[in-house]
Design a protein around this ligand. Structure first.
Ligand code: ADP
Ligand code: MG
Length: 748
């Protein structure tokens, strides 16, 4: 997502002279939310869970039975929406919503940049007599026309069609977003051009889920599963974030404008003590969390786990997993609600991947699996050899997918903010690899070495495959450094940024896995047609595929330099920044995959490639502008103020020298020299940064410009930062214009 805007739109810098006064926010301990707190105490969660969603129970109540059944087929079984029911559904939705104080509706969708977009329309019409009536027609439910001309499309809409429209996605329930004076009925929607090109992130995600279903069903067929009617991908997102007191946040233009601190000296106490993780949650934070969860429960988001994270003031929230499209929507809701509720509590919620240099950044573990329509997790090792063979086919397909399309996966999580984690000295690294754990690695190696070649039931048992379920879950230890880890019955894609939408990463992952499954199934079917027994054929195909893909497997410390060198020898993708990573979208092999799996058209990929390049350039530009501005209007003036004080101290001491019979002012002059030197460095480095930013603007090609920004501009930001951080350590505390790390991260 782009640089974060201020939390409540328009927050100006407060008075510079009263430093960081926390008392400004009397309700910061959540006292103003007494009412909803009471609610929580006296009502069981189940009493209000989902009350703001148009859920199954409400649908059944409010809709005629035949309409309800048709709609349920759409939402539950993925059937095509029957347009003849739209009017009835719209009417019921409006009745339900208005009875709950809703005045407006909005198609809620995921544009290519930012998180979600909405445009509110009142349920308001005038009848022939000019009297006001509340009305919501089927066509308004099914299709909306936002004034979409200002959403980025990477040039696509100029090529195709000037306008796009939003379309109801009935697979995700409509919900009410409460507002101070009446709620808004949000209708989860797709955003497409009139020629059918996807302008959003969700349409491709749904297409990729269809691709998985198509391919995985073939595997189920091979193993004789005739019950399942479709396969879905499931995701559970572990959302990390930081909280800082809003009074601090408001005094940091960098945090407000870019979402991260662009300067700031390391605090005396960092995370060396590692005492925060799973520590007890401070009351102020707990109050916020409970309030946020209360809102999420009303929206039907099953927030399950909360805890402190590794860094000070860093936390995590994770819901129970859901089908990928619903899970992605919910993650957007989680991010929105967290921000909104934090604001209410006098806190600023930071979703940026690296808000504080030298302190662990935030990510979003994307737990991913596939399930059939009977609810069976396809990455759950089975109880019988046959089930385990099917499990191994899916497992190897994922290994192959990450091996073949590691670069594309890297591109799917690329953003200027995520570069601070992936490209820097932090786990997970930019190198794609898979962690399987010892147990499974053992099995995979045995298959590779042909030990299971005979594949009788007995030989599968000999391999230990038979026993997989009992040991696997505990055997996959917590390798926290791996970007893509198997954790017992699901994979965890850990390299997604905390501020990102998970849609694109899942889209690419699904497409790659679907393709691998297709290839495996193709090879199995070919061998079967030549007459072989299923077990033996499957084992042979697995063996071949493992040999081709095993370089992606790595169980060690992903953080080490040895791994970077080893990965280079293995030829694994290791692209440090977005400007270069994005090129992988348009690499022929990757383009072919996405088109072959019908997830994107060529134009759609190219449009995303351009939009993302543009966004990268803009985000860095906003950062450099913000940094320069802070230096000129805050940092250098404060340093000069201190310089003046030192000068007058030196002068004063000098004047008194005789009368005092000799005095030393060496320490003051030393300080003055150091200070003056640093001010000079800041000014020089800042000039260089401004000049380099200017040069970047003159570069014509967008990809070339992005690379120039990555290679030349971004490093200069560190050069500017170094003397600024040194200044922070010598300028008088009362004069320093910005809240320090030691305050933001340790005071709440
Ligand atoms: P761990 O702490 O071992 O990573 P958890 O059980 O806490 O695992 O799960 C983390 C996230 O993974 C949660 O959001 C959970 O709902 C989700 N999850 C569990 N099973 C699946 C699955 N089959 N598919 C997708 N996500 C899953
Ligand atoms: Mg986890």
């Amino acid at each position: 997502m782009g640089p974060m805007k201020t939390l409540n739109g328009e927050e100006k810098m407060n008075d510079h002279d009263t430093r960081h006064n926390l008392q400004k926010f009397p309700d910061s301990a959540g006292a103003s939310n007494g009412n909803s707190a009471d609610h929580r105490i006296f009502q069981p969660l189940s009493a209000y869970f989902g009350m703001n969603t148009f859920n199954d129970q409400i649908m059944r109540e409010k809709l005629p039975k035949d309409v309800y059944i048709k709609l349920r087929d759409t939402t539950k079984k993925g059937a095509k929406l029957d347009l003849s029911i739209a009017n009835t559904v719209a009417h019921a939705l409006k009745e339900w919503a208005t009875s709950r104080g809703v005045t407006h509706f909005s198609h809620w969708f995921q544009p290519q940049t930012g998180l979600t977009a909405e445009k509110h329309d009142a349920f308001l019409e005038l009848d022939e007599e000019g009297a006001v009536i509340e009305r919501f027609k089927g066509e308004q439910l099914v299709q909306g026309e936002p004034d979409a001309s200002s959403f980025p499309s990477g040039g696509m809409r100029t090529t195709f069609e000037a306008r796009g429209y939003t379309m109801w996605d009935p697979s995700s329930p409509a919900f009410i977003m409460e507002g101070p004076k009446g709620g808004i009925l949000c209708i989860p929607s797709l955003f497409i051009s009139y020629t059918g090109e996807a302008l959003d992130k969700k349409t491709p995600l749904l297409r990729s889920m269809a691709a998985i279903s198509r391919s995985a069903m073939k595997v189920l067929g091979l193993f004789g599963n005739r019950k399942a009617t479709r396969v879905v991908t499931t995701i559970g997102t572990e959302q990390e974030y930081f909280l800082v007191d809003k009074a601090y946040y408001q005094k940091r233009p960098d945090l407000r404008i870019t979402g991260r601190t662009l300067v700031g000296a390391p605090p005396p106490k960092g995370q060396q003590l590692e005492d925060h993780y799973f520590g007890s949650i401070k009351e102020r934070v707990l109050t916020f969390m409970q309030d946020a969860e209360h809102e999420l429960y009303k929206l039907g988001v099953p927030a399950k786990t909360r805890h402190n994270e590794v860094a000070p003031h860093q936390f995590e929230i994770a819901p129970i997993y859901a089908e990928a499209n619903v899970g992605a929507d919910r993650n957007h809701l989680i991010m929105e609600i967290l921000k909104k509720v934090a604001n209410r509590h006098g806190l600023a919620l930071l979703l940026h991947e690296k808000p504080f240099a030298g302190i662990n950044g935030s990510g979003k573990h994307n737990n991913w699996s596939m399930a059939d329509s009977e609810g069976n997790n396809l990455l759950e090792p089975g109880r019988t050899p046959e089930q385990n063979l099917q499990f191994l086919v899916f497992l190897v397909a994922v290994i192959k997918a990450v091996h073949d399309y590691g670069g594309l996966l890297r591109a799917s999580i690329a953003s200027s903010s995520n570069d601070h984690r992936l490209g820097a000295n932090e786990a997970p690294p930019a190198i794609m690899s898979i962690f399987l754990g010892d147990q499974l690695t053992h099995i995979i190696e045995a298959i590779r070495d042909g030990k299971g070649a005979r594949a009788t039931d007995q030989s599968i048992i000999d391999l230990g495959i038979h026993n997989v379920p009992s040991i696997l879950k505990d055997a996959t230890d917590r390798n926290r450094t791996s970007p893509f880890a198997f954790t017992g019955n699901k994979f965890e894609f850990r390299a997604i940024g905390s501020s990102a939408s998970v849609s694109l990463a899942n889209t690419v992952l699904n497409a790659a896995v679907a393709d691998s499954i297709d290839i495996l199934v193709g090879e199995i079917e070919t061998a079967l047609s030549k007459g072989g027994d299923l077990n033996t054929v499957v084992m042979a195909v697995l063996r071949k595929q493992i040999r081709e893909s095993e370089s992606i497997l790595f169980n060690g410390n992903n953080y080490s330099r040895e791994w970077a060198e080893e990965a280079a020898r293995r030829g694994l993708s290791n692209v440090k920044n977005t400007a270069y990573a994005l090129d992988m979208f348009i690499e022929k092999k990757n383009l072919d995959l996405l088109i072959r799996q019908k997830v994107f058209s060529r134009a759609e990929i190219e449009s995303r490639y351009h939009t993302k390049l543009e966004q990268y350039i803009k985000e860095v530009e906003i950062e450099t502008d913000t940094l320069s501005n802070m230096i000129e209007t805050l940092i250098v003036p404060a340093a000069i103020e201190f310089q003046l004080r030192l000068i007058s101290a030196v002068k004063g001491l000098k004047d008194l020298e005789e009368s005092l019979g000799g005095v030393s002012y060496k320490s003051q002059t030393d300080r003055l020299k150091a200070l003056t030197g640093l001010i000079e460095s800041v000014e020089t480095e800042n000039k260089a940064l401004v000049a380099m930013t200017g040069r970047a603007e003159s570069i014509g090609g967008i990809s070339e410009r992005a690379k120039f920004v990555a290679d030349k501009v971004v490093p200069l930001m560190s050069s500017v930062r170094a003397p600024v951080d040194a200044l922070e350590l010598i300028v008088e505390d009362g004069l320093w214009p910005l809240p320090k790390y030691s305050e933001m991260l340790f005071v709440m």
